[in-house]
Unconditional design. Structure first.
Length: 180
């Protein structure tokens, strides 16, 4: 979803690769996501870990497109590829201000972060935290430890310190694994 109006279009979810496994559009939105705009409620509030899913259709491996990830496994295409399913997240509850294409990119080294690529506003739904579903099926709600991560409730993404911190490092550790 690159155009704001697409965030309200459930037909786009139905065209996705995962829809064939569960045809309920409700599972793509956090139950606590009650925020609506002029044209209704967003149909999706979750994004998938950019390191998960087959990349064979892409012209270049993901780690070439995202240089900080060059020392990490480029992607996990099958469940059996995931070395620690209980320790790697699959879906993340992303803020309405940053959610766009369904793919959430985060530096697995926990060193780089931009306001538009951090799940900063799920904090409004979860008391300055965000939900994640892990590859083994369990879910957790994480709270921000760094005060610089908390953002205001207005509709624009806020800047915060990109200095590596506990939140970035913790999320990075459960995003991907180092190459062997």
């Amino acid at each position: 979803m690159q155009i704001p109006a697409e965030a309200k279009n459930s037909a786009l979810i139905a065209r996705g690769q995962l829809y064939q496994y569960n045809d309920s559009t409700a599972i793509y939105r956090c139950p606590a996501d009650k925020i609506s705009g002029k044209s209704g409620v967003n149909v999706r509030s979750y994004s998938m870990n950019a390191f998960m899913g087959d990349r064979s259709r892409l012209s270049a491996p993901f780690n070439h497109a995202y240089p900080p990830a060059s020392d990490y496994v480029p992607y996990y295409s099958k469940e059996s590829d995931i070395p620690r399913p209980a320790s790697l997240w699959l879906f993340i509850d992303e803020d309405k201000r940053t959610i766009s294409d369904g793919c959430f990119v985060f530096d697995p080294a926990g060193k780089q972060a931009k306001p538009d690529r951090y799940p900063a506003a799920s904090n409004q739904r979860h008391n300055f935290g965000f939900g994640m579903t892990f590859a083994d099926g369990h879910s957790e709600i994480w709270r921000f430890a760094e005060p610089s991560i908390a953002v205001s409730s207005d509709t624009s993404a806020k800047s915060f310190s990109a200095t590596p911190n506990r939140d970035f490092q913790k999320l990075g550790q459960v995003t991907a694994t180092l190459k062997r």
